[in-house]
Design a protein around this ligand. Sequence first.
Ligand SMILES: NC(=O)c1ccc[n+]([C@@H]2O[C@H](COP(=O)([O-])OP(=O)(O)OC[C@H]3O[C@@H](n4cnc5c(N)ncnc54)[C@H](O)[C@@H]3O)[C@@H](O)[C@H]2O)c1
Ligand SMILES: [Zn+2]
Length: 365
Amino acid sequence: MRKVTVPLGQRSYPILVGGSLLDALGRHTRAAGLAGRCAIIADANVAPRFGHIVAASLQAAGFAPMMVTVPPGEKSKNLRVVAHCYDQLARHRLERKSFIVALGGGVTGDLAGFVAATYLRGIAFVQVPTTLLAQVDSSVGGKVGVNLDAGKNLVGAFHQPRLVLCDLDVLGTLPDREYRAGLAEIIKYGIIYDEPLFRRLEKNLDRFLARDPKIVGPVVARCCEIKADVVGQDETESGLRAILNFGHTLGHAIEAITAYGTFLHGEAISVGQVAAAMLSARLRGFAPAEVDRVRELFRRAGLPVALKFSAAQRKRLLEAMRLDKKVSGGEIKFVLADRIGAAVWGQHVPDTDVHAVLDALAANA
Ligand SMILES: NC(=O)c1ccc[n+]([C@@H]2O[C@H](COP(=O)([O-])OP(=O)(O)OC[C@H]3O[C@@H](n4cnc5c(N)ncnc54)[C@H](O)[C@@H]3O)[C@@H](O)[C@H]2O)c1
Ligand SMILES: [Zn+2]
């Protein structure tokens, strides 16, 4: 087992990465200083697979867990489901000292974390991420929230978990497409922060795709370490934390104009990162050969690297980029890279460059 610490003073917490960890959740939760009643929130795909293991482990360690099951999918990340969770917690008399276990992917983590941030003005929570994306990204860093009809993640809070437990065994049942989508965030860490990680992925991609724990374990732990390092320096995204949005300006816009129905998040940011690499070549001296390396790694990972948009779609894409909640004063800001392993945030990109890159993406499609 590997242990990474998110360094946030009094609110620091461990991320545990390894095999067969679900069985040990109760023990680690106790070590994190939690006690009493708790609620496990999981979606209907995850609850029947792992709910009983998690509940048994908590019970064996002296906790009194109850189960709240929510429908799977992004559509559960809304205030109606939040209200349903509050009702369940109140019915089972969860109190200030009680806590929530978020068992599932990023949807469950964001939803359950938001419930924990707001129920009784905030109770403790533990993240037990079960998708690759959630293990390397969404479970770490304390951003929790839900969607409004007007857009994604528009209501939320910063609420750090007390413990993150990444059991690599649970990834075994993850559909291939979801697994590859999680890989898009992993490649991102290489591009923005860690050239050796990028090289390790180039060298071992086949083993990673075959879910070989000898390569997946260290890579997941390294990604958590990078996120912990970034969040430790800039918890509320006043600067550095923005580099985690590499590829996300275009990626979010692609998700928005396709109504979140065509691409998984990881697929949209794969195209977005290829575009960001091309913009970096135009504006930051990122070497063209490095753009090829980036594109090639996403391609080998089975992720999309090109996309054609109609004129109408392109107009909506630019509008969506301007509506992104990270925009201030109407100006689209990009995260760009100077080289693989070094990113810069808050970069203004003229529309002409955006159009040129969209042309290039279409030409490759
Ligand atoms: N808070 C953050 O910092 C942050 C960062 C990135 C993404 N997110 C959010 O994360 C969400 C996406 O997360 P996701 O990709 O994990 O999606 P998800 O939670 O919807 O999970 C994807 C699918 O996999 C299923 N599943 C989960 N674990 C499984 C397992 N072990 N075996 C089989 N099936 C399993 C789920 O039921 C679901 O159908 C988005 O809402 C996004 O906004 C948040
Ligand atoms: Zn992302």
